[in-house]
Design a protein around this ligand. Structure first.
Ligand SMILES: Cc1ncc(COP(=O)(O)O)c(C=O)c1O
Length: 393
């Protein structure tokens, strides 16, 4: 029995588990009792970290590169990231604007800690990555959710966006391609958000962790590339999804240098620095061959087409074709059941672990999220089992 600890700081009341981890544990318990589960919940590539990257990490450890580094990251890695982002965004970038951290998550957390005061309003996508709202809450700021519209391929509802802007809007969080919907914000909308940022003076935190996973063949434009946005954008990215490095913990963000200095201090007094060998592996990831990234994107694209097609053949489900990331967000409202009930029902009855849309905010009601970073065989089997269970509802 857990005791109620009434001496905890108020901010702890805003801490909630992340759906993906909760469902992963639930499925783990079932597996420990001998049940076979197909995993479509947690968002990570199903393949190994590329060989050249692993070898660079191993080589770093065996040659003794296992010491503290500068809190903002090893210079060579910051330079490699600055070079990569310069090519991607087309704007001049200094390595002093780059901060490296243990995963992309700390690069969401610490810039928000450096910028937000209690009472500041922060606009964020709903459904959206659950850490956004939690971090806003922890900082004592006001979360202002903006619905993502299915009929707009899950892009921001721009009318609601403009309605919700106030003089207290301090930050707008965008995530394109998006977790959980796979949606991409069209360039026109990015331009309107950028224009509003300049006019109303708010920060844009642009989470671009899925930027290399877009299926339209184009390089996605970052909001930082719009004129004037380099002074008010924090561009967050990382190695977890692109290079299958989720467990290595390596992410980074690009931001104005003055802010980078403060974020470095927050890292100094929290994590100290990011693991040295992880950073050295990161240099190899960026400077080494990129064909594997392209290869796995093409694999994901096949799986996306397969799962969307399969879901749309199940009576009662309708699923849009997402343009990025490795998630689908099918509409299951026709079953008249809460998303959470449906997800648990599918887990218990079909042995398929997926997530309710509400793990990503209230506007996720009526949807499920499936991660298709799994083999075609596993996806096919999962679809059969889901169909069988839903047919009986
Ligand atoms: C949208 C989004 N941002 C950030 C992260 C965190 O990435 P990392 O594992 O590098 O901390 C994730 C991971 O699922 C994500 O989906």
């Amino acid at each position: 029995m857990k005791k109620k600890l009434d001496y905890m700081a108020e901010r702890t009341q805003y801490l909630f588990p992340e759906g993906a981890y909760s469902y992963l544990s639930l499925a783990g318990e079932m597996e420990s009792r001998g049940r076979e589960i197909i995993h479509l919940e947690i968002g990570q590539p199903d393949f190994q970290t590329f060989d050249n990257i692993s070898k660079a990490g191993i080589q770093a450890i065996s040659s003794g590169k296992t010491r503290y580094t500068s809190p903002a990251g090893i210079t060579e890695l910051r330079e490699a990231i600055a070079h990569y982002l310069k090519e991607r965004t087309g704007i001049p970038i200094s390595s002093h604007q780059i901060v490296v951290g243990p995963g992309a998550k700390p690069l969401l957390f610490f810039p928000m800690m450096a910028l937000l005061e209690p009472g500041d309003e922060v606009i964020y996508p709903d459904p959206g990555f659950p850490s956004y709202k939690s971090i806003i809450d922890i900082m004592g700021a006001e979360p202002v959710p903006i619905p993502l519209k299915e009929e707009k391929d899950f892009s921001f509802d721009m009318d609601v966006f403009f309605e919700k802007l106030t003089p207290r809007t301090r930050m707008v969080i965008i995530n394109s391609p998006s977790n959980p919907t796979g949606g991409i914000i069209p360039e026109d909308d990015l331009a309107r958000i950028a224009e509003a940022s300049l006019k109303y003076n708010f920060w844009v935190l642009s989470d671009e962790i899925y930027s290399r996973l877009s299926y339209g063949g184009e390089t996605l434009k970052s909001i930082i590339s719009f004129p004037g946005m380099e002074d008010r954008t924090i561009l967050v990215d990382g190695f977890s999804k692109t290079y299958a490095m989720t467990g290595w913990r390596l992410g980074y963000a690009l931001m104005p240098e003055l802010l980078a200095d403060k974020v470095e201090l927050l890292l100094t007094h929290s994590v100290g620095c990011t693991a040295s060998f992880t950073q050295l592996a990161g240099i190899e990831a960026l400077k080494g061959p990129q064909e594997q990234v392209d290869y796995y994107r093409s694999i994901f694209k096949k799986r996306r087409d397969f799962i969307v097609n399969g879901l749309n053949q199940i009576s009662g489900i309708s699923c849009r074709m997402p343009q990025g990331a490795f998630y689908v967000f099918p509409n299951v409202s026709s079953f008249g059941r809460k998303s959470e009930d449906l997800a648990l029902h599918i887990l218990n009855e079909a042995g398929v672990c997926l997530l309710p849309g509400t793990s990503f905010g209230q506007n996720g009601e009526g949807y499920l999220r499936l991660c298709y970073a799994n083999s075609l065989e596993a996806i096919e089997k999962a679809l059969e089992k889901i169909e069988e269970v839903l047919r009986k509802i």
